[in-house]
Design a protein around this ligand. Sequence first.
Ligand SMILES: [Zn+2]
Length: 63
Amino acid sequence: MYYCPKCDRTIPKERLEQADRELRQQFGITKLSSLRCPVCDTEFIDLEKCKEGGAENVGKSRK
Ligand SMILES: [Zn+2]
């Protein structure tokens, strides 16, 4: 699971591949493959790599 701290959005790894393909084909955007948010160009956080504290920051504004 990847997380964009700026947009407060998460994207599952399985979904990332498909989204990357779609964005490439439709808009020529390749940011997802370098793990950057296509919307705001912020580097994604890999939530699986930072379980400590990382997931706690997700969706703060939603809770
Ligand atoms: Zn973003």
